[in-house]
Design a protein around this ligand. Structure first.
Ligand SMILES: [Zn+2]
Length: 257
């Protein structure tokens, strides 16, 4: 073989090897393109959805919502935070300002305001009603007979100022005017008001005036007043009982006059 032929063969071999390498590179590039474009060759156009939200993309609205707890049955978050239901208002209790009941007023009017035990006349606000077995008829009683207490006027004395003022109006002695006033109140005095807390009550002696009875403990009751100016020569105006049901008179408490 001629030397030139050897050189040509060598040159051909080199060029063949380069060409083969180039062909391999082209095949590898084609394979890379197929991988890059997917098996379908072209992109599908679907938007890119990240699998997880990045922390720097959580908005303030998202942070303001507290994480929710699943109810476990042991606690009720609503009852812990909600206001308690309003309590129902208790029924209004009757007060002294409400006055006596219709039943008491009816009995008081039927007996012309006189106690069916001691005959004490009284204002309707002082009236009491009770049934005395075996009868079921409501009877009108004064507070003293209701509580089985004697009439405090039976042991009452007249205060010195009251006795002095009355003696001047009656033109008599202090002792005589005091006796006259106590006897008049016992028989004709009308019980107007009771104030048990301050241990005082008020009586009205028709034709004379209104007086206060102070009931201090461990001492006899004292008549004070009068509430207002005494008229000269006062006279007790006796008003007979206008009406009654005519029932048998009830027994008076022990010690009552
Ligand atoms: Zn009575």
């Amino acid at each position: 073989m001629r030397p030139s032929a050897i050189v040509d063969l060598w040159m051909y071999a080199v060029s063949y090897h380069r060409g083969l390498s180039k062909l391999r590179r082209l095949r590898a590039l084609d394979q890379l393109e197929r991988i890059a474009w997917g098996r379908g060759g072209l992109p599908t156009g679907r938007p890119h959805v990240p699998a997880r939200t990045r922390p720097d993309r959580v908005t303030d609205i998202d942070r303001s919502l507290p994480p929710r707890r699943a109810p476990d049955g042991s606690t009720d978050p609503v009852s812990l935070t909600a206001a308690p239901p309003p309590k129902p208002r208790p029924a209004k209790k009757p007060t002294k300002k409400d006055g006596p009941s219709a039943e008491v007023v009816a009995v008081w009017e039927a007996e012309d305001g006189r106690c069916e035990a001691c005959t004490r006349a009284m204002d309707r606000t002082c009236a009491r009603v009770a049934t005395v077995p075996p009868s079921s008829v409501p009877r009108l009683l004064c507070p003293d007979c209701t509580n089985h207490r004697p009439d405090p006027l039976t042991t009452a004395v007249v205060g010195p100022q009251t006795a002095q003022a009355l003696a001047g109006a009656l033109a008599t002695t202090v002792e005589a005017s005091a006796a006259w006033l106590v006897a008049g109140l016992r028989t004709y005095g009308v019980l107007l008001r009771l104030d048990g807390r301050r241990r005082r009550r008020r009586y009205w002696l028709p034709g004379v005036g209104a007086f206060t009875l102070f009931q201090a403990p461990a001492s006899p009751p004292v008549v004070g007043g009068p509430l207002g100016k005494l008229r000269p020569h006062p006279t007790i105006r006796v008003k007979p009982q206008a009406r009654t049901r005519g029932l048998p008179r009830l027994p008076q408490p022990d010690g009552a006059g």
